[in-house]
Design a protein around this ligand. Structure first.
Ligand code: 3PG
Length: 210
């Protein structure tokens, strides 16, 4: 895996995954997450506010690493980079998207959920992969099993990961970190309850990585 991606993933055991409806929340939210020890922040391109939210984090929150998530096509790669995303994550990775990502110029964690997908991505040079949807696809047992034939790959399992089951993932040698939405509950975001989000983030940041 490229050195810069390894260094990024080593910065926190958990990547908060956020669907943000109001870009105005992005700056205080990211500041709370960074302060709590979670500098990598995945903002999913599932809402109209997402690109503006990435832009706000990139511009105004020192120490934050804004990640564009749910990148589904080549057009969204360009839009993410233009907004200031410092990393790109996909939930799954068809070949055309993977090829475009391979030359995009920032660290990338493409998504996969099967050995064949992981192998195809590895052939393109991607060795740190999002495993999604983790719980529905086999969870820690899948990750343990794939370490046999594909020991050079590391994963960020996401999808169904919680504070309760994250330690089972983080104990595995081929898990670099985990991702999840539990740190930023919708109700807390809507209420602008950054203190509550900060508490959840501190708990997550305290989880033990490899
Ligand atoms: C993602 O895109 O990574 C997932 O939607 C996160 O899923 P979760 O809500 O189960 O954490």
């Amino acid at each position: 895996m490229p050195h810069d991606l390894a260094a990024l993933l080593a910065r926190a055991p958990v990547i908060p995954v956020i669907a943000i409806e109001d870009a105005g929340l992005a700056e205080p939210l990211a500041a709370a997450l960074v302060e709590a020890g979670l500098p990598l922040i995945e903002i999913t391109l599932r809402t109209p506010a997402a690109l503006d939210a990435i832009r706000a984090v990139a511009r105004a929150v020192p120490g934050a690493v804004p990640i564009a998530g749910t990148v589904l096509d080549e057009r969204q790669i360009a839009a993410s980079l233009d907004a200031g995303a410092q990393m790109i994550v996909t939930p799954g990775t068809p070949l055309a998207l993977a090829e475009a990502l391979a030359g995009c110029g920032v660290p990338v964690m493409p998504g996969c959920a099967s050995p064949g997908e992981a192998m195809a991505l590895s052939r393109l040079g991607f060795n740190a992969l999002k495993f999604f949807p983790a719980e529905a696809s086999g969870g820690p047992r899948w990750l343990s099993a794939i370490a046999g034939p594909l020991p050079h790959l590391v994963f960020c399992p996401t999808g169904g990961v919680t504070l309760a089951n994250a330690p089972d993932y983080l104990a595995l040698p081929n898990v670099a970190c985990v991702g999840g939405t539990w740190i930023t509950p919708k109700a807390a975001l809507q209420a602008r309850d950054f203190a509550a989000i900060g508490r959840l983030a501190r708990e997550a940041a305290g989880l033990k990585g490899r």
